[in-house]
Design a protein around this ligand. Structure first.
Ligand SMILES: C[S@@+](CC[C@H](N)C(=O)[O-])C[C@H]1O[C@@H](n2cnc3c(N)ncnc32)[C@H](O)[C@@H]1O
Length: 442
């Protein structure tokens, strides 16, 4: 059946690429993925109003469509393998550099990525009946079955292949069917240090899998096949689409893995955030270190501290360190690891919901540097109000979403001036970027 019979087949030529790495045409206000300048796209216009989108039927390409990965343009992981890295970086940064210049009169330093593939230390694969893979772009329920991901590590690719074969051959009934609510396994998460020294496979099941005969059988078999040094099972509500969440059971090794970086050992609990590409994050670290050295302070306040990454890296420059984060396992590890590395220093790591509780940093903000490294949505109103009412002198704001960072900075700009900023790219082939700005009280 031809379902678009009553719609007009349109054709446009792509004139430019936007900061989300999508093609734009002067003849249309829609955005087109996986195309390049000069391509001719034939499409039907679907949806209404702001939700209009192009259903692409064919692309007459100006240049050969080159890309590294067989799943590119099907799986939603990468969006720009068909563009040279230099062009990707230019397109995804130019809008932000312009906005920082216009809104804050600041010229951001730009540092492109050195490593363009095999850089991620964590990938989460959704498990559906007969499919283990990544979601299609803008289609949460459609999983692209994949056996290799070019941006994850070599260990993770080999483990993914082993687990796929093992599960398909021995436990075909184990994948969770979201429609019929049968089966159990929802996610497989692979984390490693990229140097094959430590690795972790985390399996997220529905709760009713816990303590079943099938679970017992899987445990006895999986340890023979998986090459991970640490294996963890998690059990969460059927409806939950969060990986590594809920009650956990240690199957092999430890509940954390270790990342060695810049001469320090970082302990990463299985369910905690860690920077997905440590080497790609180096420009941010060097920037922060230079600011700390130029603006000597006695106290570091590390908000959204995670496992204590910045506290541990820069602890040596401060007399006192305070860290706050929502995740309990992160706070425990941050404390333990800080104590091991700096046994004589005054420190405190505390579990706090920084987005919703009232905050009072008045006892600690004298002679301090505040580091903010929030999740994608930004620092939230509570922190903005706290900062505006405080007498913090120096703030470093790190962000994986310069868009929400720009919005937050707008709220702070009457009291704080941006002195320096940097944009770098730990996430080649995707639209994501990492930024850091240094703010000083006016
Ligand atoms: C981008 S990560 C930064 C972590 C850390 N600075 C690092 O470099 O590894 C953001 C952190 O915010 C934490 N987080 C998310 N929501 C939070 C909240 N409402 N209150 C406190 N921390 C939160 C997460 O647990 C995560 O550790």
């Amino acid at each position: 059946m031809r379902i678009y019979d009553d719609l007009e087949l349109k054709q446009v030529q792509i004139d430019s690429i936007n900061s989300r790495l999508e093609g734009i045409s002067n003849q249309s206000n829609l955005e087109f993925r996986y195309v390049d300048i000069g391509d001719k796209v034939s499409f039907y216009e679907l949806g209404r109003g702001e939700n209009k989108y192009p259903k692409i039927q064919s692309i007459e390409r100006k240049n050969i469509f080159l890309h590294e990965c067989n799943f590119f343009s099907k799986c939603g992981g990468c969006i720009s393998q068909h563009l040279s890295y230099e062009r990707q970086f230019q397109y995804k940064t130019e809008n932000y550099t312009k906005r920082f210049k216009e809104q804050f009169a600041i010229e951001l330093e730009l540092i492109p990525a050195e490593k363009k593939f095999t850089y991620r230390n964590r990938m989460d694969f959704a498990v559906f009946p007969e499919k283990i893979g990544l979601r299609q772009m803008s289609n949460f329920r459609n999983i692209i079955d994949i056996d290799e991901c070019k941006i994850q590590s070599n260990w993770a690719n080999s483990e993914l292949k082993i687990l796929r074969t093992f599960l398909n051959e021995n436990f075909p009934e184990i994948s969770y069917n979201r429609k019929t609510e049968t089966g159990f396994l929802k996610y497989i998460t692979l984390r490693d240090d990229l140097e094959s020294k430590d690795s972790m496979s985390i399996f997220t099941f529905t709760k009713n899998f816990l303590n079943t005969e099938l679970e017992e059988k899987l445990i006895s078999e999986i340890v023979k096949y998986s090459t991970a040094q640490n294996i963890i099972f998690c059990y969460s509500r059927k409806q939950s689409e969060v990986s590594c969440d809920g009650e956990s059971k240690l199957i092999k090794g430890r509940l954390h893995y270790n990342e060695n970086f810049l001469g320090k050992n970082f302990i990463v609990p299985f369910n905690s955030f860690s920077q997905p590409n440590l080497n790609g994050f180096l420009p941010i670290i060097k920037f922060i270190e230079s600011i700390i050295l130029e603006n000597k302070a006695s106290t570091l306040i590390d908000l959204f501290c995670g496992n204590g990454f910045f506290s541990l890296l820069f602890g040596e420059y401060f007399e006192k360190v305070y860290g706050f984060d929502l995740v309990e396992s992160s706070i425990e590890i941050a404390s333990q690891n800080f104590q091991i590395n700096f046994p004589d220093k005054d420190f405190s790591f505390e579990k706090k919901d920084l987005l919703s509780v009232d905050l009072d940093f008045s006892s600690m903000n004298k002679n301090s540097i505040l580091i903010l490294d929030p999740p994608r949505n930004g620092i939230g109103k509570k922190i903005i109000d706290t900062i505006l009412q405080s007498d913090f002198e120096n703030i470093l704001y790190v962000s994986c979403n310069p868009k929400s960072q720009l919005d937050d900075l707008e709220h702070l700009k009457n009291k704080y001036k941006i002195h320096k900023g940097l944009l770098t790219d730990p996430f080649p082939q995707t639209t994501h970027l990492e930024s850091v700005v240094f703010l000083k009280r006016i």
